[in-house]
Design a protein around this ligand. Structure first.
Ligand SMILES: CC(C)(COP(=O)(O)OP(=O)(O)OC[C@H]1O[C@@H](n2cnc3c(N)ncnc32)[C@H](O)[C@@H]1OP(=O)(O)O)[C@@H](O)C(=O)NCCC(=O)NCCS
Length: 200
């Protein structure tokens, strides 16, 4: 569990930023990450995660903690040799607007550069935050098709209102290998709707 006491301490102490620990997640981070993400998921802000999914994806995750208490998390997920997604980004309610989200994104971007990615994208409702950390709004069609696989289990599958945002990390390489847009410029992408298969 995230201790609200520690989160309050963070908010009340402006100098606390120096003691923040930004690191890759390990297995014991799974319960507090699930509490954080699924708390937001219950409010329709994020996709819910299970312990099984978290165990599979734990190496994607970076966390920010203070005195051993988890304040925020975020993940870098690879889609192609050049593009990754920043996702599952969440900061504890009581620690918001103190730079934790920015620290997480910068750490994930650093990781993306280490892995030689040319760009990272995100699907989000918090456009202004992502603009502040170097992303721009893009037409959905520039993102890899595989990026839509999570949409199939999203409750908003039929009425997605998330905004696609991109941060280009290596402009020259990005422009040379400009991904082919597979959606018409003025249209949303039509994702195939899954139908049950009739058995004879
Ligand atoms: C979005 C979120 C991760 C931001 O984390 P945070 O720690 O509060 O952000 P930071 O304090 O690092 O903010 C960085 C900048 O963005 C701004 N910002 C943060 N949240 C913002 C918001 N909702 N709207 C507009 N600007 C915002 C901050 O004011 C700050 O600006 P500054 O650099 O000019 O001072 C956090 O609000 C959150 O967990 N939200 C709920 C889950 C969610 O929506 N996740 C995104 C899924 S893609």
């Amino acid at each position: 569990m995230i201790s609200s006491l520690r989160a309050d301490a963070f908010v009340e102490s402006p100098g606390a930023g120096g003691r923040l620990d930004v690191r890759k997640a390990v297995m014991h981070d799974i319960p507090p990450i699930l509490d954080l993400i699924n708390g937001y998921a219950a409010r329709g802000i994020m996709l819910p995660r299970t312990e099984f999914e978290m165990s599979e994806a734990i190496r994607d995750f970076t966390v920010v903690s203070l005195g051993g208490d988890l304040l925020g998390c975020g993940a870098l997920h690879f889609y192609s040799p050049t593009v990754g997604e920043i996702r599952s980004l969440a900061v504890h309610e009581r620690a918001k607007t103190h730079g934790v989200g920015r620290r997480l994104v910068e750490s994930l971007v650093e990781e993306a550069l280490e892995y030689e990615l040319d760009g990272v994208f995100a699907f989000t409702y918090v456009v202004e935050f992502f603009q502040k950390v170097g992303f721009q709004v893009v037409e959905r069609g520039v993102l890899p098709l595989k990026a839509w696989k999570d949409c199939l289990r999203c409750p908003k599958f039929q009425a997605c209102d998330e905004i696609a945002m991109l941060r280009i990390l290596r402009p020259q390489r990005w422009n040379e290998a400009l991904p082919r847009s597979w959606g018409a410029e003025d249209q949303f992408i039509q994702i195939p709707t899954p139908r049950p298969i009739k058995t004879p």
